[in-house]
Write a protein that binds this ligand. Sequence first.
Ligand code: PEP
Length: 250
Amino acid sequence: MSPSSKLMVGNWKMNGSLAANASLVAQLLEGIGAVSCRSALCVPAPYLAQMQHLLTDSSVDLGAQDVSAHASGAYTGEASADMLRDFSVRYVIVGHSERRQYHAESDATVAAKTQRALAVGITPIVCVGESLAEREAGQTEAVVKRQLAAVIQTNGHCISEIVVAYEPVWAIGTGLTATPEQAQQVHAVLRSQLQAASAQATRISILYGGSMNAANAADLLAQPDVDGGLIGGASLKAADFLSMLKVASR
Ligand code: PEP
């Protein structure tokens, strides 16, 4: 698929079972037909082997939801970038707000995780986004720029290899969505920050995430700097995810 086509990524979060995954993927692959957008599913680590098998020979890429900031060693419970690569993982989410919030991940940790993924050829999907309090205090731009700057500082030489996801924290899993104009405004800020860092940054995909669904996807994806979506809840329903893939293929 062309790197300029939209990229639609499902984030299953901590949902699924062997049986439920098999059923969801069967429905997806049956209905996917000739969509022209790029797509991926970021699944819980225990299901990577199953999903590697289920997605073989399909147009849907495999993704993980996190990666260790370390290459190997005494880090109980973590999975390294090399381990993810063993399962043909193409993308890994780093810096999701749920990890920043519940696991105290700092900007520096997110930058290190990005570096580990890039080192083994996995595309990191770097999440940035402001809380409601930060938006209300007029700090949206400063927050997302600070989060992205940490990643650029550590990975400047290969920054064109990342994907960025703008995910306003107040929109994740809440049913509240940024308006297309709000999303576009932040995406344009991120785009110019990336372009200032690298001449090759024009090809970086900037995804929107936060209660994206089959009803609002078209308006969000119509914005000039919205290159795709990172989709949580709606990616767990085959029919919804499929209709979003179709919208993204127009
Ligand atoms: C997410 O988890 O990245 C996300 C955007 O979730 P939701 O679509 O459910 O808001």
